[in-house]
Design a protein around this ligand. Structure first.
Ligand code: DCP
Ligand code: MG
Ligand code: MN
Length: 351
């Protein structure tokens, strides 16, 4: 089927030709099982032949019957041709566009699924969460994605602020019971004062002035929270027991009928606490603006601190060829000050 189409000679039905071609291209662009079948099942290059015959048709098509008389034009194509002639449009084109966008965004609601995975599954012919559950077209989910699918509705719902507080009020004393000198606080949308939260973000650190750090606290805390049923599923477990770690999981209030909620823990060295507070409070757009300001001033900002003299690989800006030197990291205020950004309270950092 790779015969080249002859160069365009405008046909009296050019608008029809263009729309049909557009629909065919849409199908070609998506190598899904169904679509592959759709393109190849015509076999014998029928779509191209009918398109050529359509283009070579000498007069403006006036009826369904006339459309059907064109070689290779079947009932379905004739109906599409009539739709284009009558409405100037082919609904199917718009429909196909939104369908793939909608399905991909449905799939991206599964925890751990990004755009490329969603598109891959769509291309493999999956259309619904049921398809994923049933492993249609050999789709294989990671353990975290399995959990994401199982608790799809819970994970995609936001919790009332009160519920985030209730969960945090259960968790904080358990952490302080492990070490009363821990700094434990709730970040993210909660710290910004939002009335609903997508998840609970908890920052843990500790002043090492007495020679002790919080290294090892997170695994202990997590196992206690599992034990009493507050944490129910793990999505990403911290590696090692360093001072700097991330955990992602699901939790619930110990009450009948309580929903699963997303929970994140972040632990950072005491010296990074200001930068970590800043990063973890967000929101992400505010963070992007702060990082941009830092970059313009020749600095680099991340959850560890504000650095100067960072040299990046010109080929790949993500790679740092020189880590630079730390300018500020202990308080949010000094980072604002050095960047020349007027102080903003957490609730002022998002809409
Ligand atoms: N963050 C960021 N960039 C990202 C993800 C997160 O800068 N791509 C930072 C800013 C966020 C914070 O981490 O505010 C916490 O991340 P969340 O995804 O939990 O976002 P929020 O807590 O702000 O909102 P939500 O209520 O949806 O959880
Ligand atoms: Mg959050
Ligand atoms: Mn989070």
């Amino acid at each position: 089927c790779d015969r080249k189409e002859p160069q365009l000679i405008t046909s009296p039905n050019q608008d029809v030709v263009d729309k049909i071609q557009q629909l065919m291209n849409l199908h070609k662009a998506k190598p899904s099982v169904e679509d592959r079948w759709r393109v190849f099942s015509y076999g014998k290059c029928t779509p191209l032949l009918s398109l050529r015959a359509l283009r070579n048709h000498p007069t403006r098509i006036k009826s369904f019957k006339e459309a059907r008389s064109i070689r290779g034009v079947g009932e379905k194509t004739a109906r599409k041709i009539m739709e284009i002639l009558e409405t100037g449009d082919l609904k199917r084109i718009g429909y196909e566009r939104t369908e793939d966008v909608e399905v991909c965004s449905l799939f991206q609601g599964v925890y751990g699924v990004g755009q490329s995975t969603a598109q891959k599954w769509y291309a493999n012919g999956c259309r619904t969460l049921e398809d994923l559950k049933n492993g249609k077209s050999g789709v294989k989910l990671s353990p975290a994605q399995e959990i994401g699918l199982k608790f799809y509705d819970d994970i995609n719902a936001r919790m009332p602020r009160d519920e985030a507080k209730a969960l945090f009020d259960l968790i904080k004393p358990i952490a302080l019971n492990i070490d009363p000198d821990l700094f434990v606080d709730i970040m993210g949308s909660y710290r910004r004062g939002k009335s609903t939260c997508g998840d609970i973000d908890i920052l843990i650190t500790r002043n090492p002035a007495d020679g002790k750090t919080h290294a090892g606290v997170l695994p202990t805390l997590l196992s206690k929270l599992h034990e009493i049923g507050i944490i129910t599923e793990d999505l990403a477990i911290p590696e090692g027991d360093d001072e700097e770690n991330v955990y992602r999981g699901l939790c619930r209030l110990p009450e009948p009928g309580s929903r699963r909620r997303r929970i994140d823990f972040l632990t950072v060295p005491w010296t990074s606490r200001g930068a970590a507070l800043l990063y973890y409070t967000g929101d992400d757009i505010f963070n992007r603006a702060m990082r941009y300001k830092a970059n313009v001033m020749g600095y680099s900002l991340n959850q560890r601190g504000l650095y100067s003299g960072v040299v990046r690989d010109p080929q790949d800006r993500r790679i740092k060829t020189n880590k630079g030197s730390l300018i500020a990291s202990e308080t949010e205020q000094e980072i604002f000050r050095i960047l020349g950004v007027p102080w903003q309270e957490p609730h002022e950092r998002s809409d």
